[in-house]
Design a protein. Sequence first.
Length: 365
Amino acid sequence: MGTYLLKRRLRHVRSLKIRNLFVGQKNSQELIWFPSYFIVIENDRGQTLYVSELQHGSLYSVQFNELPLQNSPLTHFTLRLVAEFPRWLSSLSDERLWFDFRTYKVDLNQVKHINPDDIMETSNTLILELVDGEYVLPNISTLAAPNASINPHKRSTSSIKIKRSFTFNSILKLNKILEYTSQVKEESRQISDKVERQIEDKHKTHQWLITHLKDYNHQLQLRVQKKQSDLQKVSSFVERFSESEENDSKPHPLNDYYGNTYPNLIQSRNVLENLRAKKLAQLIEAFQATDLFRARSGFVTLDRVLPNSSSSLYDRLTLDLLNKEELLKIAITGSEVTKRKTSTCLGYYTLFYFDDKQHHSTIYG
């Protein structure tokens, strides 16, 4: 079977005995008897795993039978034997006092096997009953019980010789028993191997997690170091930039900047004016034949070009003021033809109005 299943564990303990109970001074015949006992099982961290019921032992032995199955797979634990202090030795007769009578540090892998008839030479001996026999702590000295010398009455042996033989049924039963035993051992071996593999796989999983966590921690440390170095570089660059700004005490004069930019602005303005003048000429050429430029019913007047005159189209073009009352009268009492012509002229008028407005806003700011 696997080594894991062969190890002794706390769950294998079935009962406990305390032999040769001794209380008092060494080489003294006066013994103190305690009324009751109970045991406490603790792990190495001091956590309580089991507390037994009260047991009333004799002067020399106390036994705790049929302990419940302990699910803890420990091999090292602490066993404390707690005894009740006799009331006749205490001044407080109405109160039960308890104290740790003995404390045992147990390692189940180091215990020593004994026979039931062996004699214990050590006082307050702890005996553990496991599934495969009784064991004591390694520092306990034992003495094997001598064989009793019994001389039975000797009789004359019979002269009849008995010849032993096996029948076929007995051999068949023995064969079946051996086959069943081999099958049980094989199944036990397979189950043990399976448990061992599961335990090893679980251990490997934990090792894998620990390894990857260490790698991830190392990567995080490298990232932190890189970010710290980048932060130092940025800080040094900011310091050098601040020093260069402080040392640069010659600001660029605004007049130089404006003097370099002003010719470009004048040139851009002239180009824009030429484009708008071209647009206005195209509008006049497109709508001059309409009713918009008629002397009586129109809304726009274009002066003729005089000799030696350098006036622009905007100066020669005049937008007449609209008569609201006349327009309302046409809208109410005028014919459909007159309404349509008036609406068309007003639409054309808005084109010249917005173009002239943009021109003046550009000139006068």
